[in-house]
Design a protein around this ligand. Structure first.
Ligand code: HEM
Length: 126
């Protein structure tokens, strides 16, 4: 009886740890890998990263897909551009260097919006 109970305990622990792993499973992308998800690859998803966190923005294809107003952010970590409210190519970068407090707040607001709207699929690694 004791061994039956402890067997069940082991089983349920295993299931729980598997579930935890599944939930946690986040892909790691280099900037180069991320850049492939820029919406020009037909049916593949579109990703945008904020502070290294990669969001699947495919449902926002009208914004980020080819010809969209924000297509320059697709396949990129656009943190700097979002903080500065800029669509300039040179601002489409993960660099937070020299952003003002106001710009950091703007970026954090975008992050909050994205967390609410889009699934996270992974992180950008260097
Ligand atoms: C005159 C200037 C602008 C106007 C009138 C404008 C207007 C809008 C509107 C109406 C939306 C759709 C909002 C929604 O349906 O949820 C939108 C989305 C967006 N705007 Fe702008 N925008 C302007 C400039 C900018 C600039 C300079 C940036 C640069 C960071 C920017 C970044 C974005 C982004 C990233 C989205 C998509 C958000 C999402 O994925 O839901 N916008 N904009």
């Amino acid at each position: 009886m004791g061994s039956f109970k402890s067997g069940l305990l082991v089983l349920s622990r295993n299931i729980r740890s598997k579930k935890r792993k599944q939930k946690k499973k986040k892909k790691e992308f280099t900037a180069e890998q991320l850049s492939r998800y820029n919406g020009t690859n037909g049916s593949s998803p579109i990703y945008v990263a904020i502070k290294g966190r990669v969001f699947d923005v495919t449902t926002g294809k009208s914004f980020y897909g080819p010809g969209g107003d924000y297509a320059m952010f697709a396949g990129k970590d656009a943190s700097r551009a979002l903080g500065k409210m800029s669509k300039n190519e040179e601002d489409v970068s993960p660099s937070l260097e020299g952003l003002t407090e106001k710009e950091m707040n703007t970026l954090n607001d975008w992050e909050t919006k994205f967390v609410a709207k889009y699934p996270v699929v992974g992180r950008v690694v260097s």
